[in-house]
Design a protein around this ligand. Structure first.
Ligand code: HEC
Length: 147
């Protein structure tokens, strides 16, 4: 009788362990980079340097505005903060407000009057989000064929 109860306890422990392992595997298998919303992915990336057309526009905006003068070519930070870290914390709204109004007293210029930025701020956000999530590599980007 005593032996049987011990066996049941062990069995329960093994089951709990198996359940945990399955959860971890499920998290690992989550799609990279486009898990924000399965229907409309924030960005799509292949091989780290090929992206969808909108994200490519975001990268072009980054280049055109020379944000790297202050934030570094790999968004690693210079006089401005490392955006690879900032984008992990800032909400999309906070990002929008910051680039629109700037923080002139702290050295971040306002881009709200620059059409390239007001037209492309969401693409810029997608690009920088992809950088901060480590799915998009620094450097030159290319279109995904057919996207
Ligand atoms: C002249 C230098 C300069 C340029 C050019 C510049 N920034 Fe900044 N940026 C800064 C500084 C300095 C800060 C930090 C302000 C502060 O202390 O709050 C900042 C802050 C930010 C933040 C908020 C980061 C955080 O952690 O709160 C974002 C987002 C940002 N910049 C994006 C951009 C983008 C996108 C561009 C190009 C369109 C750009 N910046 C161009 C200097 C610059």
């Amino acid at each position: 009788m005593r032996l049987k109860r011990a066996a049941i306890v062990i069995l329960a422990a093994v089951c709990a362990g198996a359940g945990l392992a399955r959860d971890v595997n499920a998290a690992d298998a989550a799609p990279k980079g486009n898990g924000h919303n399965a229907k409309t992915p924030l960005y799509t990336v292949m091989d780290g340097n090929k992206v969808d057309a909108k994200t490519l526009e975001g990268w072009r905006t980054w280049r055109a505005m020379a944000c790297e003068r202050c934030h570094g070519a790999s968004q690693e930070g210079l006089v401005g903060p490392a955006l690879v870290n900032s984008l992990k914390v800032l909400t999309k709204d906070q990002f929008h407000t910051t680039i629109t109004n700037g923080r002139p007293e702290k050295g971040m210029p306002p881009f709200g009057g620059v059409k390239t930025v007001t037209d492309n701020w969401e693409n810029l956000y997608a690009y920088l989000k992809g950088r901060s999530e480590g799915n998009i590599m620094p450097g030159h980007l290319y279109p995904i064929p057919g996207k």
